[in-house]
Design a protein around this ligand. Structure first.
Ligand code: PEP
Ligand code: MN
Length: 374
């Protein structure tokens, strides 16, 4: 089901051109000189549509730099006057909203640590009632699409229609190359539920590492995200926050120059033909997959009946292990990854078990459950 959001297109509130929309600036405003000098270099690249800077920083641990506070709003004002760049800051309380609006900040964003908390988001939404300001909502720290959607809805319900989502990746306990796992499928699900909602990618907070920013930016554009928010500092080596992920304005321009811009719609007739031929092959294979899956389920039901008649338990762990091992080995020989094959088989197996349970319990509906095989 589609979300019921009332959204104005991106170009109505921020300058968008042929190049990807780019919001850039330091993680934190540190000093007036640092902010204003960075803003001038960013503006000079001609690639930046808005200047970002954190004034109030939600830090994971106390004692870290918690933002320069309200004085930074004056610096942002000066940076805007001198460069013409609209400004964007993170707000986490009603007071932040009030102060930022009073100082003429053009765009507000809700940070990942605020999106997790409906009380915080509602407080921000209430402070925004009756105000016409663009708001961007970062995904929550934890991989929970509903929380992200809930925050967008709260802000939208407050009357904010200049709305965008920012995909900044999700915290994960497992070690990975990224600071925050992109979990692209969550952003894709949001896009599917709200196609009119612009999604801006934040490769800085996903990677935590400046060397991977180009790679993630390209991937975001290939997934048809509408823009990028990238942290840029005049001298990242001395940045007070997020030093490893910030890039100089010159490095930022180079990253952007190396991005390939691909179009969502196909204009070339030959490419269109070739693509539609490949797509029709995929469609046929998908039909076959569905047909074979249905056949597999019918057989599973017969097995269920047989087990019922003979008083046998539904789950036989040895049989499941055998399926998993044999099919995974076969799939590997056909160049399918074991992780993918395992997920696919688990999905099929869970549905088979559900159908067999239904047969055993005389047709009473059973919810599909994910089985965990220890
Ligand atoms: C930031 O943009 O500097 C920031 C704190 O990001 P996030 O809320 O994504 O952690
Ligand atoms: Mn940051």
């Amino acid at each position: 089901m589609k979300l019921n959001l009332n959204i104005q297109p991106l170009h109505t509130w921020i300058k968008t051109g042929k190049e990807p929309l780019l919001i850039a600036g330091p993680c934190s405003a540190e000093t007036e000189e640092q902010l204003v000098a960075t803003a001038h270099l960013l503006a000079a690249t001609g690639k930046v549509s808005a200047l970002r800077a954190g004034i109030w920083k939600p830090r994971t641990r106390p004692g870290e730099f918690e933002g320069i506070g309200s004085i930074g709003l004056e610096w942002l004002k000066r940076a805007k006057e001198e460069t013409g760049l609209p400004t964007a800051v993170e707000v986490a309380t009603a007071k932040h909203v009030e102060e930022a609006l009073k100082a003429g900040v053009d765009i507000l964003w809700v940070g990942a640590r605020s999106t997790v908390n409906p009380f915080t988001v509602q407080e921000i939404a209430d402070a925004l009632k009756g105000v016409d300001v663009p708001v961007m909502v970062k995904n929550p720290v934890n991989p929970d699409l509903s929380l992200w959607i809930g925050a967008l809805e709260r802000i939208n319900n407050a009357g904010i229609t200049k709305l965008a989502a920012i995909h900044r990746g999700f915290s994960s306990y497992e070690k990975s190359a990224f600071r925050n796992e992109p979990m692209w499928d969550i952003a894709i699900q949001l896009k599917t539920l709200a196609p009119e909602l612009p999604i801006i990618n934040d490769p800085s907070h996903i990677t935590g590492n400046r060397s991977l920013i180009g790679y993630i930016s390209q991937k975001a554009l290939d997934l048809d995200m509408q823009g990028l928010m990238i942290e840029s500092h005049i001298d990242p080596s001395v940045a007070w926050t997020d030093a490893a992920q910030q890039v100089t304005p010159a490095a930022l321009a180079e990253i952007i120059d190396h991005l390939a811009l691909r179009k969502p719609e196909i204009s070339d007739a030959v490419v269109k033909d070739a693509l539609s031929e490949l797509r029709s092959k995929i469609d046929k294979i998908d039909d076959l997959l569905i047909q074979k899956t249905a056949e597999r389920m019918q057989i599973a039901e017969k097995i269920g009946q047989y087990k019922k008649d003979n008083g046998i338990t539904i789950l036989q762990v040895n049989r499941w292990d055998e399926i998993l091992q044999k099919r995974t080995a076969y799939a590997k020989a056909l160049k399918l990854s074991p992780e993918f094959t395992e997920k696919l088989l688990e999905l099929l197996h869970a549905e088979s078990i559900r159908r067999q349970t239904e047969v055993m319990n005389k047709g009473e509906a059973q919810p599909a459950e994910k089985l965990t095989h220890a």
